[in-house]
Design a protein around this ligand. Structure first.
Ligand code: B12
Length: 214
């Protein structure tokens, strides 16, 4: 039953079936599928779409439709992750966003959901966030962690710009910075002076906890 629900979830992405997306996600939850596995099925499927796009086998409208499927299905799964993981005491405060010039929201949303489910207070600034808005949020909210996502090789360097701006404004030692996104790796994170890097959303939670000594 749960295998079938997972397969159906994967297929709504691969078949760009926006109309059935929410229903497939609800069925997976009802069938008792682990919501983390459900999120993985959805995100693995959209990565396959991305690979086919990179090979020229699919086109931009296909990417857009697959993303629309995730936009319908993921909130149902994220709600389930959050309700299963809710903890009463806050582990710390995180400001998160996708950097300027970049509108990819899905991975950032996953990191945000898992941090919340793990017990962090999360302030999600959304996508295409300008460096001054990251700075303003750090100044006003005094988070323990600033988490940035970048999905494009062209926007990855924006993470460095923000770290440099934090330094100039005397805020760098007041917040731990973690970075992620498909073009980012540990070497890049080290080279731009980030405190941590996570390849996946669960890694993001691990690194956030490690940096705060939890
Ligand atoms: C869906 C998608 C889109 C959607 C986005 C919709 C949305 N609301 O997000 C749309 C159609 C809008 C889109 C647009 C574009 N896209 Co696009 N897109 C994708 C695709 C297929 C999937 C991305 C995704 O959601 N993955 C699933 C999530 C869960 O994975 P993730 O984002 O990597 O996040 C995980 C980790 O990286 C990590 N993580 C992410 N952020 C963070 C942050 C922290 C702090 C931590 C710890 C961890 C972490 O945890 C997440 C969960 O495990 C990728 C292909 C791919 N392989 O990634 C291409 C891809 C990223 N896109 C690409 C391109 C080129 C574009 C466009 C330029 C296309 C165009 N010609 O217009 C535009 C750019 C628009 C812009 N200015 O941002 C390229 C980027 C190439 C590059 N290296 O620069 C890719 C790789 C496709 C490809 N293979 O060519 N895209």
């Amino acid at each position: 039953m749960s295998e079938k629900a997972l397969e159906d979830l994967r297929n709504v992405v691969l078949e760009f079936d926006i109309d059935k997306a929410e229903q497939a996600a609800k069925k997976a939850v009802e069938a008792g599928v682990d919501p983390l596995e459900a999120a993985k099925a959805l995100t693995d499927a959209i990565r396959d779409i991305g690979d086919a796009f990179a090979k020229g086998e699919l086109f931009l409208p296909d990417l857009v439709c697959a993303a629309e499927v995730l936009k319908k299905a993921l909130p149902v799964i994220s709600k389930e992750i959050a309700s299963q993981g809710k903890s009463s005491k806050s582990l710390g405060k995180v400001v998160i966003g996708t950097v300027f010039g970049d509108i990819h929201s899905i991975g950032k949303g996953m990191v945000s959901t898992l941090l919340y489910a793990a017990g962090f207070e999360v302030i999600d600034l959304g996508i295409n966030v300008k460096s001054e808005d990251f700075l303003k949020a750090v100044r006003e909210n005094k988070p323990d962690i600033l988490a940035m996502s970048a999905l494009l090789t062209t926007t990855a360097m924006e993470q460095k710009n923000i770290i440099e701006t934090l330094k100039k404004e005397g805020l760098r030692d007041k917040v731990k910075v973690i970075v992620g996104g498909s073009p980012i790796n540990q070497e890049f994170a080290d080279s731009i002076g980030a405190d941590g890097y996570g390849a996946t959303a669960p890694d993001g939670v691990k690194v956030a906890k490690r940096l705060l000594g939890i």
